[in-house]
Design a protein around this ligand. Structure first.
Ligand code: MN
Ligand code: MN
Length: 501
């Protein structure tokens, strides 16, 4: 019996747009769940997914990918890569797994919503595969760190982080609940797959895969490359959805969703990928600076896809690009200073050689961020470690849930961007964060940042000890300097290195 080519049957087989007879169409596809913005299902027929696959093809390929990733892991299990790697590398793995593993689980739920309530059959079809992709990603990224738990409790945070009120976990949940979990199918297609995945997961996954291979961690490199091949497929759900919206007079609504999605994704990756690339990855293994990566993947690629679709660049585009020069340096400084409150050991990444690299990639770094590190270095060398540790919490943005911070030293530009709503004052890191809030204040108004919770008396006693208890960070899990301050010794030998850098 001859077997037809996929292209000969695909369009018929994937068209599940039958006419319901037991319920009304609007009961089967309620606006609230589809987010179709009043564009009829008939109009959504023009949705054309760029990536076409069938179930047998999908299963065959995924099976091969899984067995490849698990085989690499099995083959290298005894290599003790983690034990012998630079401690900064282990910190990247821990921060990645904790922030991402259960985020994949949330993404699975989001794909499921598109699989059920997507307006077009092709969208539902792709999302069904996307749902299985995300399940695979959650499983892989829970399984791979698990073997390290017996030696290092911080790896347990791959599973634990999202179940706690640790501040970075609150920030990740706030963004992912907003973009993935509490949206209709069309908004998810735009905000998760187009805004978040097309640009930003590329960066975390491709950028880190390159750094991982450089650092000799082939297990992690093959794991996240394997994941990225799925992402690059199901991220294509959003593009054709945007086309349908634009063709049917919904350009403005579509842009709003894209802009909110990019704004939120940028903050998450700024705190997660920025320090990993520019500070935690040992200098000799760095491929590109975070800023270079952002320029290539976000400015270059995103701009092109926005323009190809006929969308305008976000109003905040130039401002966001300006932030590439400083925002992640500020987040890094904060994460390192508040290191007891994270589940990994931040690597300072500011040896004299590191600083030469930072000054080259970010001219002016020594006059701004370098000045803060100089104070920290003086305190470490004088044995005043307590002065390099926090006693309370920083001011946190009511949108990103990350510290409000920017450029210190010469060029100081730190300020609060407040907004009043129904008698409550909210604080924001930038006009961009405030703008997101203003798009839908009812959606965001009741959330309490970790600082709001402290002020409301929910964290007792209201000091670092009380905060660690509230965040469920047990002894042995608290972050500490990844290199136990060994990096600062270079300055004892040469006290002028920091000024001369
Ligand atoms: Mn994924
Ligand atoms: Mn995905």
């Amino acid at each position: 019996m001859a077997i037809l080519e996929r292209s000969e049957w695909y369009d018929v087989a994937r068209d599940t747009n039958w006419t319901p007879s037991y319920v009304k169409e609007e009961e089967l596809f309620p606006d609230q769940m589809t987010g179709g913005l009043g564009v009829s299902r008939d109009k959504w027929k023009s949705y054309d997914e760029p990536y076409k696959t069938s179930y047998p093809e999908y299963v065959k390929i995924q099976r091969e990918k899984d067995s490849a990733a698990y085989s690499v892991k099995a083959a290298l299990d005894r290599s003790q890569m983690i034990e012998t790697a630079d401690p900064g590398w282990a910190s990247i793995l821990k921060s990645h797994y904790g922030a991402i593993a259960l985020g994949e689980y949330a993404a699975m739920s989001a794909e499921a919503r598109m699989a059920r309530f997507g307006m077009a059959p092709g969208m539902r079809n792709m999302a069904t595969f996307g749902m299985m992709d995300e399940n695979r990603h959650a499983q892989l990224q829970l399984y791979f760190p698990h073997e390290h738990c017996s030696k290092d409790r911080q790896f347990d945070w791959a599973q634990k982080a999202y179940h706690t009120n640790e501040w970075a976990a609150i920030a990740a949940r706030h963004a992912f609940d907003d973009l993935f979990l509490s949206r209709d199918a069309t908004s998810i297609a735009v905000m998760l797959t187009f805004a978040f995945e097309t640009g930003f997961t590329n960066m975390q996954f491709l950028g880190l895969a390159a750094d991982a291979a450089e650092a000799g961690d082939y297990t992690f490199s093959s794991l996240i490359s394997s994941i990225q091949t799925d992402e690059s497929r199901h991220a294509q759900i959003g593009g054709p959805a945007l086309q349908v919206l634009i063709e049917n007079g919904k350009k403005e609504e579509a842009e709003r969703l894209v802009y909110m999605g990019i704004a939120r994704a940028w903050r998450i990756f700024g705190v997660l990928t920025g320090p990993a690339m520019d500070y935690y990855t040992p200098l000799s293994h760095r491929k590109q600076s975070f800023k270079e990566f952002m320029q290539e993947w976000i400015v270059g690629q995103f701009e092109r896809s926005l323009i190809e679709l006929g969308l305008d660049l976000p109003w905040y585009w130039d401002q966001m690009i300006a932030e590439f020069d400083y925002q992640h340096h500020a987040y890094h400084l904060g994460v390192w200073f508040w290191r007891p409150t994270v589940w990994w050991n931040p690597a300072a990444g500011v040896t004299p050689d590191d600083r030469d690299w930072l000054e080259e990639k970010y001219p002016g770094w020594n006059d701004t961020f370098g000045k803060c590190w100089d104070v920290i270095i003086d305190n470490i060398l004088a044995g005043r470690h307590e002065k390099t540790l926090p006693e309370t919490l920083p001011i946190v943005c009511n949108m990103s849930q990350l510290p409000i911070c920017a450029i210190p030293g010469n060029g100081w530009n730190v300020r609060d961007y407040p907004a009043e709503y129904q008698g409550r004052t909210y604080h924001f890191n930038s006009e961009i964060d405030r703008w997101v809030f203003q798009q839908d204040p009812v959606r965001y108004r009741d959330h309490m940042s970790i600082v709001d919770r402290m002020l409301a008396g929910l964290i007792q006693p209201p000091d670092l000890g009380g905060a660690l208890k509230y965040m469920n960070i047990a002894p042995g899990e608290c972050g500490e300097d990844a290199h136990k301050y060994a990096w600062a010794e270079a300055y004892r030998a040469n006290p002028y290195a920091k000024k001369a850098a």
